[in-house]
Write a protein that binds this ligand. Structure first.
Ligand code: NAD
Ligand code: DAU
Length: 332
């Protein structure tokens, strides 16, 4: 049994990780979350009180972080400002949380010596051309495009330096696009599902041909747990599930799952600096740690996700109108 501290555990992937760990291990979990617009306490409802504790607080608060690190065996760091579109209209909180927040955690890890796992993104590698056979590997040079991805890249580099200079017991993972339950309605898949529930056409940026490499959030969680248990200190592991799809293909699957015509979508303004394609080579994780994804059928994963949003309207409804007002300002 391990005492785990999970930052950002009220967000999409963090909350899925909390559920996954409580269901699959004997570990106890403390979530530290600032409860920004992206945090949702309902995502952590019904968890066992003897194994789960929630603390509302900021990862930039060194005193609170130091106290919590002294009470735990390991930290898994998910807390972040996570949305590219927001980083284009207001980058300041991205620098604060993603860089200063990570720095604050690393300093606490240095003092306490606890195991630290850093959750990051494939976006640190920039993008690939549509016709490029290459995929990102752990050796691809960093080349981030947006304020979001550049702050995530900065945080990864801090981790590498704290390992080498101070011996912090850290690993890093860089994962591709996640889908599944409890994702904020600002993100691509939930936005389109909830638009359709509201009778609005899905919105595709630009020509809709950008490619993302989709993975189910539970597969991300099982990979992070595997790295926490067996990953080599100082190493980076890429996480993916061979899920490359154009945004149009994803929309068509959502439209099919919701009984709509396949061309019932609108093309809208493109995202400035929009990365064209992401693709992950996850063979290191497979070969070194024996991990593989469990969700291989994307269309049934999408159908399950559609069902979740239909059945959990009280979870997402409070955020929907404000999210769409913000998109209206950029013509998206
Ligand atoms: P999210 O926006 O859904 O959740 C982020 C959580 O962090 C929220 O609960 C928020 O309240 C909390 N938070 C924000 N600032 C904080 C602060 N200063 N102190 C404490 N808590 C704070 O994000 P997500 O999509 O779940 O992403 C989680 C992590 O996974 C991020 O680090 C992101 O970079 C990474 N990641 C996400 C994806 C993806 O597809 N969503 C893919 C790869 C990696
Ligand atoms: O690759 C991992 C990253 O995936 C994570 O690091 C980020 O935290 C996560 O938000 C996600 O980033 P993206 O920018 O790829 O995700 P998003 O859901 O915002 O958009 C997915 C694709 O869909 C992207 O090409 C933009 C496009 N899009 C998005 C929205 C919201 C649309 O075409 N229409 C939309 O309405």
């Amino acid at each position: 049994m391990r005492r785990l501290l999970v930052t950002g555990g009220a967000g999409f992937i963090g909350s899925n990780f909390v559920h996954f760990v409580l269901e699959n291990t004997d570990d106890t979990i403390t979530v530290l979350d600032k409860m920004t617009y992206a945090g949702n306490r309902a995502s952590l409802a019904g968890l066992p009180a003897d194994r789960f504790r929630f603390i509302e607080g900021d990862i930039c608060n060194a005193e609170l972080v130091g106290q919590l690190f002294s009470e735990h065996d390991a930290v898994v760091h998910y807390a972040a400002e996570s949305h590219n579109d927001n980083s284009l209209t207001g980058p300041a909180p991205f620098v604060e949380t993603n860089i200063i927040g990570t720095f604050t955690l690393l300093e606490a890890a240095r003092k306490s010596g606890i195991r630290y796992h850093h959750v990051s993104t494939d976006e640190v590698y920039g993008d690939l051309e549509l016709d490029d056979p290459a995929r990102f590997t752990e050796n691809t040079p960093y080349n981030p495009s947006s304020p979001y991805s550049s702050t995530k890249a900065g945080s990864d580099l801090l981790v590498r330096a704290w390992v080498r200079s101070f011996g912090v017991q850290a690993t890093i993972s860089n994962c591709s696009n996640n889908y599944g339950p409890r994702q904020h309605v600002e993100k691509f898949i939930p936005r389109q599902i909830t638009n359709l529930i509201d009778g609005i056409h899905p919105r595709l940026y630009g020509d809709g041909l950008n490619v993302r490499d989709w993975i189910h959030a539970d597969d991300h969680s099982s990979a992070v747990l595997r790295i926490l248990d067996g990953g080599r200190i100082g190493e980076t592991y890429l996480i993916g599930a061979d899920g490359e799809k154009t945004n149009r293909e994803v929309i068509e699957l959502i439209l099919e799952a919701m009984g709509e015509s396949p061309d019932a979508y609108d093309l809208v303004n493109d995202r400035p600096g929009h990365d064209r394609r992401y693709a992950i080579d996850w063979s290191k994780l497979r070969d070194e740690l024996g991990w593989s994804p469990r969700y291989s059928d994307f269309s049934s994963g999408i159908a399950d996700t559609v069902r979740w949003y239909k059945e959990n309207e009280e979870w997402w409804r409070p955020q929907k109108a404000a999210t769409e007002r913000k998109y209206a300002e950029t013509g998206q």
